[in-house]
Design a protein around this ligand. Structure first.
Ligand code: GDD
Ligand code: MN
Length: 409
């Protein structure tokens, strides 16, 4: 078979097909690298892997979320000249964890590594990680910054503090002796990944933590390294990523009992209550507007705010966009909540008449109202018919049909 072929049509320019990808098809190690605006790091990363993985059959799969800084053009160029380089291009999507999962699923080698594109992860560790995986009793190797001989380079105090607190929290939930469960640099056997892939929540940033929480029997080893300083581009770890992380922990702790989406919906409802009372206090107590006029204003403010908060956080993955969908969404949200309010007040009144104490009657009303609001707005406002399906799996067990991801807050 020729490795370069020329195809030409009468009016079209000749197309050169690249060499057959024999080496990549037989890769022992697939390295999955999520990218978002990493133009200046792609070539350097491939060059470094080429140097440190001499003698290993490897391939690299970049997963790019539609970068606009030229990363994609560069990926096309590099992958045309090097058969070990492939990439996935995702449009309208964001998120490190889902990028990693989809990247791994696009590979077929027995060992997979995950690392960042920005050269902060020390690639010379990869051969050592491969060695560790080939020893018995090891499914996952984690590059750790927090064990002896590891380090974080020159981080700001805030970043250091966040990382420490997050690691402690993970310790508490994971109850594992891992020093760096937050690491974004790790290698694992494909069968280990296959064991957990359907349990991953694919939201957020912390994919390793999710893998370890989903596969408690996995045997893990850690190897120390020093996290390097980023030279080009900027970090994407923002407040949303922090919230994402907390959501993952909550999901893993109680997600199998109560869906994370419901917890978020209820939390937004709590914020709405505070806003309602605050606006009421300002209008009624502060400005002297009569209660009967002030209270509906306060309720409307809280409801509108709740709609936008839910649209931004709880239903981030199904966010309504554009004037028309937003207005329709807001109207249906308010209509549903009005019915919810009637249910709330009605149930509380019935229970109170039956001699339940006032707070029990009111709480039962609030609870029923919340469940109604959540279920009905799921269906009518955000068209999510699976409102109460827990986030344990990304697939419908019966049909294996993909379902929408849980929200990334
Ligand atoms: N496809 C895709 N989509 N890639 C992304 C996205 C996204 O939404 N967000 C970030 N990335 C890519 C970046 O381009 C980079 O290659 C890698 O993911 C890590 O992103 P950074 O923004 O550089 O993360 P960081 O350095 O702040 O965080 C690192 O350290 C954390 C521990 O402190 C990462 O390794 C984390 O995974 C790690 O937990
Ligand atoms: Mn980074």
């Amino acid at each position: 078979m020729t490795s370069v072929a020329e195809i030409s049509a009468p009016d079209a320019p000749a197309i050169r097909t690249p060499p057959v990808r024999d080496s990549a098809e037989l890769a022992l190690l697939s390295i999955v690298v999520p990218t978002f605006n990493e133009r200046d790091n792609v070539r350097e990363l491939v060059a470094r892997l080429d140097r440190c993985l001499a003698g290993v059959a490897w391939e690299i799969v970049f997963v790019d979320d539609d970068s606009r800084d030229g990363t994609l053009e560069l990926l096309r160029e590099v992958s045309r000249s090097d058969p070990r380089v492939r990439f996935l291009h995702r449009i309208g999507r964001r998120g490190l964890a889902s990028a990693v999962v989809e990247g791994v699923l696009a590979t077929n080698s027995p060992i997979v590594a995950v690392m960042d594109c920005d050269l902060q992860h020390d690639e010379t560790l990869l051969p050592k990680m491969l060695d560790a995986l080939s020893t018995p009793n090891c499914d996952v190797v984690v590059a750790s910054r927090y064990m002896e001989n590891g380090g974080v380079g020159d981080w700001t105090k805030d970043r250091l503090l966040f990382s420490r607190v997050a690691t402690r929290l993970a310790d508490y939930v994971l109850r594992s002796p891992l020093t760096d469960p937050m690491s974004g640099f790790f290698m694992l056997k494909r069968n280990a990944f296959d064991q957990v892939v359907r349990k991953l929540s694919t939201q957020g940033y912390k994919i390793l933590l999710d893998i370890l929480l989903s596969g408690p029997g996995l045997r893990v080893k850690e190897i120390p390294y020093t996290f390097r300083t980023r030279l080009h581009g900027e970090s994407k770890l923002d407040l949303i990523a922090v919230l994402d992380y907390l959501a993952l922990l909550i999901d893993k702790m109680i997600g199998h009992v109560v869906p994370l989406r419901f917890i978020m919906f209820a939390a937004v409802g709590g914020v709405g209550l505070i806003v309602h009372l605050t606006v009421l206090a300002i209008l009624n107590r502060g400005l002297g507007i009569p209660f009967v006029a002030a209270n509906p204003c306060a309720a409307t403010t809280a409801m509108v705010l709740n709609f936008f908060l839910n649209n931004m956080l709880t239903y981030r993955d199904m966010r309504l966009k554009g004037f028309g969908p937003l207005v329709r969404g807001l109207l249906s949200f308010c209509a549903v909540c009005a019915v919810g309010m009637l249910a709330n007040v009605g149930i509380a009144a019935v229970l109170f008449q039956q001699k339940y104490t006032w707070w029990l009657a009111a709480t039962a009303g609030i609870f029923m109202g919340a469940i109604w609001n959540y279920t009905a707005t799921s269906i009518f406002t955000w068209k999510n018919v699976r409102a109460f399906k827990p986030a344990a799996s990304n697939h419908d067990d019966a049909t294996l049909a993909p379902r929408r991801a849980e929200p990334s807050v």
